[in-house]
Design a protein around this ligand. Sequence first.
Ligand SMILES: C[S@@+](CC[C@H](N)C(=O)[O-])C[C@H]1O[C@@H](n2cnc3c(N)ncnc32)[C@H](O)[C@@H]1O
Length: 450
Amino acid sequence: MLELIISDPKYIKPIKTDLEKHGLFAKPIYRDPTLPNKSVIRTTIHDSVDDANFQIISQYSSNFEIRDYYLNDNSTDVSKSPIINFTENFLSTENYKNLLTRNGLSITKLIEQLPIRYTIYPPLLLFNNSHQKSFLFDDWQLLFKQKIENVTNNTTVQDEYFQELLRILFPQLTHVAINKPIIESDVMRRPFNIQPLYGELISKDLQLLDNDQLWDHPTSHDFENTLWCHTIQNGIHQYWAPIFTMFSRGNIKEKKRILDSYPEIEGNDVVDLYSGIGYFTLSYLQRKARNVFCFELNPWSVEGLKRGAIRNKFPWVSTRQLQALNTQTCYIYNMNNEASIEIIRELFPTNKRQELKLRHINLGLLPSSKQGWKLAIELFNWQQGCRTTTLHIHENVSTAALQDGTFVEGTIDQLRSIDTNHEYTPVHVEKIKTFAPDVWHVCFDVNVTK
Ligand SMILES: C[S@@+](CC[C@H](N)C(=O)[O-])C[C@H]1O[C@@H](n2cnc3c(N)ncnc32)[C@H](O)[C@@H]1O
């Protein structure tokens, strides 16, 4: 669970009050001798990303740092992270003590640099990486490349450490890697910075292939020889290959909102212009959308979406031929969404426009989905089955632009400038998660009416 470390005492009271109001405060507020002049507030919030309760205090997020704490079974004392406990025990055996001494390494320093925050994406354990704590620091790297004494095969400390870590703490997992942030400029949001620590994320023979070929035109052999992660959120199975596709846990709240808020999805059609592995598509299908038309550039995400559709028992096709209209179908196109108009017109030519009931259009690209706004309006114009369509516009927005209304106003103005013939009604701005200090990932719902 999370503790908040606060430097400026004036924030203690309001944060405590908000936590108490929601039953998220865990007594007592205390001082940690290693953090002079700071106070620590303990919460019962599990995670700043997965736990929607974090939103309750997120307005103060620039006024605290967070860290995890762990409770002993029989006391409320703050105890060490299990990763630290394991590592101390692991490095304290005679063999390791000697090895550390020989290499001028100290347990204390290694523990100081030891990452303890991680995410579990079965079968993968994914460690965070920061400027303070990283397995990539020199001391850890030096330790990792040492060979184990008395072992005849070629085991390194790295292999033995992670093998034991998984065996003791995460017996259900098989792979370990480090997560570094995705590269903003990559439109496909590919996780170029994921670095394996234990186990292969992709089989060795594939790593030798021409890289572009593997990224852009993977074969079924490539799919089968790559690690696929699986998670269930809101009862929906999702799959992705972590080396080729990003996954963001933080969208769980938005997925839930789709499941809970829009009864009119049922029986109507949806276009997802940036469908990825189906974060939102699968929720629309779960909510009984009639047809969901998905457009996605990254073939690896498309494969993840297909796997997700199959596991969740949603029928899918990739053809450009309209299937029986009232059988729920997910149409999956590994294409730039610029092709969406052409595809939709092919499926619903002039004499069938009335049959397309496009009730929602999802635009889930960060930092901005502007590229898709014009397409969304064109799709809305073409369909004739719904008088109103809800656009779900995902954007990164500054707190200031949210507070002074310029984000909402500016977006509506820009939509109007694309097509002046419609009415644009702001319905709701959902703050999904903080993207950076004072920047929110929001979903802005706008109704477009003919
Ligand atoms: C933030 S991710 C969305 C994640 C997605 N909702 C999911 O379930 O994975 C944005 C996705 O949009 C895709 N994308 C970006 N530009 C695109 C375009 N012009 N046409 C189709 N897909 C696009 C990227 O490849 C990426 O998978």
